[in-house]
Design a binder for this molecule. Structure first.
Ligand code: CO8
Length: 366
């Protein structure tokens, strides 16, 4: 990067409803009993203790609780909005964006580009990013992008590239994730994994920044390796094969164990190589703000990178409260856990997920 870029503000929108593991499991088990009346269904039940032990998740926030927990529905119910009303993803994005703009000490009028990066877009076009741009009154341009869980880190890398190519001085990145819309709450293996949230990040050219505290982006590194181990076949061609239009593969599916095994070494190696390429060693890292999918996964990655177990301060965890919020997860960790950063401290935001995709952003407080 030739032109230095800073992150000067971040924002977070947390949906109003929380669902505990116990509530989720009670709804799942009620559905099992309704579908298999008069039999002993113990072997089919979900289990809150298993969920916490296997994943580290205790609770999640969602945009609609009632529909998800109703055994007769088991998905969020969101009233359809007409074309003149702000869409729900834009609404979540704007709430997070206002937070980030305020922290950066800037306003929408100073932004030249908006990138919406998330795993699931509620429509193909017009871009949610352009709706956010219009609602906030931003001149310039906007686009949506999707690299699943790495959408936020890849969007930050894109923001730096736009600044370096002279197309923008300040870029707003937003990540409205409604993962509950994409999750099969009738699948015991994954019904507990995801939650909803939106995050926002202001990326600025260094000489434009006015905030008292910022985080210099020392570099961004992106990597992708094709894998079917996390997959969703929902798409615009589904109606061309009507016999499978609503089959199980049209929602999130994964081979969780395989993902765990494949991704941990890839991510640890990716971060170590990124550090080396920047002339830093692991000892220079005060924090790893990692993608929030699985607690053991993060502990393992942090241990491989640091050469010792990471404390809760070194590798902050938010997935206990938020579950996996896809691209928003590592940004929530960064947003909520950096108060102890002093000038010169280094940290890395690192996402990983479907694709496979890995994105790391090395930061230094300034
Ligand atoms: N209650 C009780 N038992 C259960 C439950 C449950 N809820 N779920 C599974 N079990 C049972 C299984 O049936 C299995 O039984 P058996 O041994 O008899 O076959 C046993 O428990 C063990 O199951 P698993 O092997 O599946 O359990 P794991 O220890 O592997 O834990 C995890 C499962 C938690 C899913 C774990 O594998 C994991 O977290 N892996 C990493 C996954 C990961 O990081 N994925 C990336 C997520 S994808 C992403 O982040 C972005 C995707 C795009 C976003 C999409 C938006 C929706």
């Amino acid at each position: 990067m030739t032109i230095p870029c800073l992150i000067t503000g971040t924002g977070l929108y947390t949906p109003p409803h929380a669902i505990s593991n116990d509530e989720l499991v009670a709804s799942f088990n009620a559905w099992i009993d309704q579908s298999h009346p008069g039999t002993d269904n113990t072997a089919l039940y979900s289990n809150a203790a298993f969920i916490e032990k296997a994943s580290g998740i205790k609770s999640r926030f969602v945009v609609d609780k009632k529909g998800i927990l109703d055994p007769a529905v088991m998905h969020p119910l969101l009233p359809e909005r007409d074309n003149e009303t702000l869409s729900i993803q834009a609404e979540m994005a704007i709430a997070a964006a206002n937070d980030a703009l305020q922290q950066a000490g800037t306003t929408a009028a100073d932004i030249q580009a908006v990138i919406v990066g998330c795993s699931n877009l509620q429509r193909p076009y017009p871009a949610i990013a352009i709706e956010v741009q219009q609602a906030l009154g931003i001149d310039g341009f906007a686009f949506d992008m999707n690299v699943a869980c790495s959408s936020a880190t890849f969007a930050i890398a894109n923001a730096c590239a736009l600044i370096n190519s002279g197309q923008a001085g300040r870029v707003l990145v937003v990540n409205p994730e409604i993962c509950s819309g994409h999750l099969d709450f009738r699948d015991r293996d994954c019904h507990f994994i995801f939650g909803d949230a939106a995050t926002a990040i202001v990326v600025e050219r260094e000489d434009l920044a006015t905030a008292t505290q910022g985080y210099a982006i020392l570099g961004c590194q992106m990597a992708t390796v094709f894998s079917n181990n996390i997959r969703n076949n929902r798409g615009f061609l589904n109606r061309t094969h009507p016999e499978t239009v609503n089959s199980r593969d049209k929602l999130f599916m994964q081979n969780g164990r395989k993902v765990f095994k494949d991704v941990c070494p890839m991510v640890a190696d990716h971060i170590s190589r990124h550090l080396a390429a920047t002339g830093l060693d692991a000892g220079a890292l005060k924090k790893l703000w990692l993608h929030q999918a699985n607690l053991s996964m993060n502990q393992l990655i942090a241990r491989k990178v640091l050469g010792h177990d990471a404390s809760a301060e070194q590798a902050p965890v938010i997935l206990d409260q938020y579950a996996n919020t896809s691209s928003a997860g590592s940004i929530i960790a960064f947003h909520l856990h950096r108060q102890d950063f002093d000038k010169g401290d280094n940290g890395v935001i690192c996402s990983f997920g479907a694709g496979y995709s890995i994105g790391s952003v090395l930061l230094r407080a300034c």
